[in-house]
Design a protein around this ligand. Structure first.
Ligand SMILES: Nc1ncnc2c1ncn2[C@@H]1O[C@H](COP(=O)(O)OP(=O)(O)OP(=O)(O)O)[C@@H](O)[C@H]1O
Ligand SMILES: [Mg+2]
Length: 341
């Protein structure tokens, strides 16, 4: 009987006005819909809002005699248009994470959806297309990005294989060089440019195929502090003017005042996030090197799906534990972790 009712309802659906159909829930899925349908609708809504969905991501590198667990169940959502940084100690998994998003290497387990594409399901051919059109990469070492014997404009045109007219290629290259503040050096050979200028050309190259996401691994690692600050400003400006999603891996703590969010990786998992306060986000240009970081950002620890949270060593050391057991209590709505008596 119920089945028939449902069928009748379904048959009448197309005649109903759209608003009424959507009245049950914001995503237009009836509250009576099966859990599977609701789950699919939620996944679709998540993918629309988040350009990167990373769920319990694991990467294991196998070499002849050892296995390295480079990502140990990393969870993160990155919104479309976000400008964010990933920080963490050497070996914590930052580059591994970026390489997974960039499609340069396959993850071992978990879920990774980028711009609605499931990176576990892409064929080799689709992956080539993904690397060409969805992501742009900037590396620390610009030998990997650039051809020294070509001019800045020629370098930026190199990735535009499928743009047919030379005039269009050149116009786009000049537009991108302008965006990174280098239009006056368009005819200079790369070998005649400074490290910081070369890095800006590298950013223009990464943008040549109009990617959806710009990924940068230690882009300020080989330049001095002042040049590094300038390069970070270029990323900020690109994000503001084009709305491109940008993820920057860095050791540079100064960066935290220039991005919307900083996620810290520890042992292959996101351990904490610093999120720029909305009041500051509206006035990002006013933030100076002298503004206290705590004024600019709120800091949060990350609770994973299994209910685990990492306690920073500075705090653990003060607890002065003997073994690996702690007492966990809920007191006045607060979770208190203490030494066992
Ligand atoms: N191709 C590989 N084969 C084997 N192990 C690897 C490979 N790439 C990375 N690793 C290991 O995975 C772990 C994470 O490395 P990753 O390069 O992601 O760290 P990172 O945070 O980028 O460090 P750094 O700040 O030094 O660049 C390290 O233990 C590293 O030795
Ligand atoms: Mg690295």
């Amino acid at each position: 009987m119920k089945k028939n009712d449902e069928k009748e309802q379904n048959n009448s659906l197309p005649a109903e006005p759209a608003e009424e159909k959507n009245a049950n829930s914001p995503d237009g899925v009836s509250e009576n819909a099966s859990p599977k349908v609701r789950e699919q609708a939620q996944e679709k809504a998540d993918a629309e809002e988040n350009i990167i969905i990373c769920d319990n991501l694991v990467k294991i590198y196998k070499t002849e005699d050892v296995e390295v667990l480079a990502l140990q169940g990393l969870d993160i959502l990155i919104k479309r248009g976000e400008l964010m940084a990933i920080i963490g100690n050497s070996g914590s998994g930052k580059s591994t994470f970026l390489n997974m998003i960039g499609g340069l290497d396959r993850p071992s387990a978990g879920r990774l959806i980028v711009d609605g594409k499931d990176l576990f399901k892409l064929s080799e051919r689709e992956l080539v297309d993904y690397k060409r059109n969805t992501v742009g990469f900037v590396w620390q070492n610009n030998a990997r990005n650039l051809l020294p014997y070509l001019t800045a404009a020629e370098n930026v045109q190199m990735p535009m294989l499928f743009t047919n007219s030379d005039r269009k290629k050149r116009a786009k290259a000049l537009e991108l060089l302008e965006l990174v503040g280098l239009s006056h050096r368009k005819n200079s050979k790369l070998s005649q440019m400074s490290g910081g200028e070369q890095q800006r050309v590298a950013i223009a190259i990464a943008l040549a195929n109009s990617p959806k996401i710009l990924l940068a691994d230690e882009p300020t690692g080989s330049v001095d502090v002042k040049t590094g600050a300038y390069i970070l400003d270029v990323f900020k400006e690109i994000n503001e003017t084009t709305g491109l999603t940008i993820v920057i891996v860095t050791h540079d703590r100064m960066l935290s005042k220039k991005v919307h969010r900083v996620a810290a990786i520890r042992d292959g998992k996101i351990s904490s996030e610093m999120i720029m306060k909305q009041s500051y986000r509206n006035r990002m240009n006013e933030i100076t090197a002298f503004t206290e970081t705590s004024e600019v950002q709120d800091e949060y620890s990350i609770l994973d799906r299994a209910g685990r949270v990492q306690i920073p060593h500075e705090i653990l050391d003060q607890l002065d534990l003997d073994g690996n057991k702690v007492k966990l209590e809920l007191l006045d709505g607060k979770v208190v972790i203490s030494r066992p008596e």
